[in-house]
Design a protein around this ligand. Structure first.
Ligand code: PMP
Length: 302
């Protein structure tokens, strides 16, 4: 995926990608015992590259790590600097940045608390993740339960649940899946949070059983300046036909308007894209540095 001479950050140093190697006995490879982030760098209209909400992503990385007993041997500011280096040292004007924290291969078995922690960060150009409008299938798989794991930590092993839902939806001809929680409420996409629009109200699943998306938080904040109020609550499939518009949010997916939601071949809702597209446009104005109120969200290299 990356060229051999592409620079990546591994345990404190920038090295060519060809110099990284991973032991097949790495604990995280066997058990999913790692944590990661997905972060984007954008170019502003005056051609400067920033990382969007870097501090919040690094905070979440530390939160996730703590939840599965990974002790990150770097400070938050060192990792923020490392993310910038992974972008600038590869001369990327826009990028997707992937930090991962993982247990090494020093011992096998379920208890990793004696393994050492490694940190790797790569950045590469990655364009649009979904499409201009997204067809969605309600998955047969349920979102992992808060009674079984720590739902709001971004833990590698959680993503088997997302992979199952994604592949099932794609095989059935849809662009993305939508997972319910164990109480039949709408949870989220495999890698996105979801919003519904009704007039000037946004409705989105409340926190607790989902990943606390940083894009979700951004949307709740900046749409209040567009005249919207957001209601965070339980939402069921019976309600989806009542909304005017819907969209996914995520660092990879950015703002992705949804055109329909199907379940088992039956269409539950079809949406107009207009309101979702307006919110998407405001998001892109923000990441392009055109919205004075949200300049604090843009982190430039020092
Ligand atoms: N839910 C899940 C399961 C995700 O993987 C992601 C992507 N990180 C999101 C929601 C959206 O989170 P964010 O906006 O912070 O990228």
């Amino acid at each position: 995926m990356l060229e051999k001479n592409h620079k990546v950050w591994l345990n404190g140093t920038l090295v060519p990608f060809s110099e990284t190697n991973l032991s097949p006995l790495t604990h995280t490879l066997h058990y999913g015992s790692g944590v990661f982030e997905g972060i984007r760098a954008y170019e502003t209209t005056d051609n400067k590259t920033h990382i969007f909400r870097l501090e919040e992503h690094v905070d979440r990385l530390f939160y996730s790590a703590e939840k599965i007993f990974l002790e990150i041997p770097y400070s938050k500011s060192e990792l923020m600097e490392a993310c910038h280096q992974a972008v600038t040292e590869n001369n990327l004007s826009e990028a997707y940045i992937r930090p991962i924290v993982y247990f090494d291969d020093s011992s096998m078995g379920i208890n990793p608390t004696k393994n050492s922690t490694h940190v790797f960060i790569a950045a590469w150009a990655w364009g649009q993740y979904l499409a201009d409008s997204v067809s969605v299938e309600v998955s047969d798989y349920r979102r992992i339960s808060e009674k079984s794991t720590i739902c709001d930590a971004k833990i590698s092993g959680h993503y088997v649940n997302s992979i199952l839902a994604t592949v099932q939806a794609k095989r059935n001809g849809y662009l993305e899946a939508l997972l319910l929680d164990h109480n039949d409420n709408i949870a989220e996409g495999p890698g996105e949070n979801i919003f519904f629009i009704k007039g000037k109200e946004l409705h989105t699943p409340k926190l607790g059983k989902i990943l606390a998306g940083i894009t979700r938080d951004s949307v709740i904040t900046f749409t209040s300046n567009m005249g919207y109020t957001t209601v965070e609550r339980d939402i069921t499939l019976d309600e989806v036909a009542d909304f005017d518009s819907a969209f996914f949010t995520g660092t990879a997916a950015e703002i992705s308007p949804i055109d329909k939601i199907d379940q088992k071949g039956k269409t539950l809702a079809e949406y107009d894209l207009t309101a979702a597209n307006e919110i998407k446009q405001t998001f892109f104005n923000i990441v392009c540095g055109q919205e004075e109120d949200y300049k604090d969200w843009l982190s430039f290299p020092s």
